[in-house]
Design a protein around this ligand. Structure first.
Ligand SMILES: Cc1ncc(COP(=O)(O)O)c(C=O)c1O
Length: 370
């Protein structure tokens, strides 16, 4: 028995955690790739960060100093690039951390949180961690949000929080501009709407994909989450941001630990913002590899759900495998993907769009299984 298992046995007197944690699972990150394997499990950008970001990291040496606790230089740079005042921007150690701030600042036990079925696992986890009620709205057969059902859930549950990922991880489904506007217009001002745009810089290549930040002035109950983990390829440095009305940012700042974003992350993120060409190049390479992957998979008889992000959800797996078996069989061939059991999807998997060589390896392994 491990030391931790012993410590949690009932014979020992140990502090009792918040009872709402009793049934809360630990988030399972994508499995680390063993040497020689390719990891297509965590929606990272395989092309790496901008050379400007790498230079900023290499030059960084003031490790003995605390970072700028308010990240003012990065918030100013974001403000310039997004057309917002720095007071409307809050930084987090990844956008995940901002989710914790939101739960801490806005949710109490018994409050309701509404989100669509099969959405990013962090939203139910946040609600559960504070004893909030989880209200799941329906999706259509193509996994897009059933907007009338979402609005009905908002009307009846009177939630404190609505969470929407656009595009959605893991399904890739998007809320279009018209539907987003109707959700924003029909949600009461007392409800905070968290619009998670982690993949926005990929998705904006799709004609008509809405930009949530444009709606912040008109809807003061809207908070948009974005991250430097995806197209900016700084996942391991942990930096993301929220854009919202300054009154919301100011509440979230009360629960934000000082110095939550490291100085290296601040410097690399700010340098990345100055390299728009790198972002454009990565988005274009991703789009052409995503299209190639989709058509090759379709040729294998696999159903591919359209996604404007850097990942694809797929169904009708080769040899009628279920997701976990497909995961195991691909892993034995050196390719790590994600099964979607935690999302309630047994017969689907999610694969990140990698480099051409990584995608070829995945396609070869899928062909072997067919
Ligand atoms: C929809 C969505 N939101 C947020 C995140 C987490 O981003 P970060 O690395 O900024 O915490 C992810 C990561 O996979 C995601 O898919």
């Amino acid at each position: 028995m491990s030391r931790f298992a012993r410590a949690s046995s009932s014979r020992l007197r140990i502090p009792v955690p918040n009872p709402d944690l009793a049934r809360l699972p630990v988030y399972q990150p994508g499995r680390a790739a063993p040497a020689g394997a390719v990891k297509l499990a965590s929606n990272e950008n395989p092309y790496g960060p901008s050379s400007a970001a790498l230079l900023a990291i290499r030059r960084f040496c003031a490790v003995e100093r605390y970072p700028d606790g308010s990240g003012s230089s990065l918030r100013r740079a974001l403000g310039r690039s997004l057309g917002l005042r720095p007071e409307s921007i809050l930084l987090g150690a990844g956008s995940d951390e901002i989710g914790d701030f939101i739960a801490h600042a806005y949710l109490q036990r018994g409050d309701s949180v509404v989100y669509p079925r099969h959405t990013f696992i962090r939203y139910p986890m946040l609600a559960q961690s504070v004893g909030a009620r989880r209200i799941v709205s329906d999706v259509r057969p193509d996994f897009s949000v059933d907007v009338p059902d979402l609005l009905r859930a908002i009307r009846t549950a009177r939630p404190k929080l609505v969470c929407l990922a656009n595009p959605n991880n893991p399904t890739g489904a998007c809320v279009n501009r018209k539907d987003l506007l109707s959700i924003l217009e029909r949600t009461p001002g007392r409800t905070l709407i968290v619009l998670d745009e982690a993949y926005f810089e990929y998705a904006r290549l799709s004609p008509g994909h809405p930009d949530g930040i444009r709606w912040i002035r008109r809807f003061p109950n809207l908070l948009v989450l974005r991250t430097f983990s995806k197209i900016y390829a700084l996942a391991s440095l942990r930096v993301g941001y929220a854009a919202a009305h300054p009154a919301i940012v100011s509440e979230l700042n009360k629960v934000r630990p000082p110095f939550n974003v490291s100085a290296v992350a601040l410097a690399a993120a700010e340098a990345s913002l100055s390299d728009a060409a790198h972002v454009r190049r990565c988005a274009a390479k991703n789009a052409s590899e995503r299209d190639r992957l989709s058509s090759r998979l379709a040729a294998l008889g696999v159903q591919v759900f359209p996604s404007p992000g850097n990942f694809l959800m797929i169904d009708r797996l080769p040899g009628r495998l279920d997701g976990p078996t497909c995961f195991r069989d691909l892993a034995s061939r050196g390719v790590i993907i994600r099964d979607l059991i935690p999302y309630g999807l047994r017969d689907h998997i999610r694969v990140t769009v990698g480099t051409p060589a990584e995608n070829d390896r995945f396609l070869r392994a899928m062909r072997d299984l067919s």
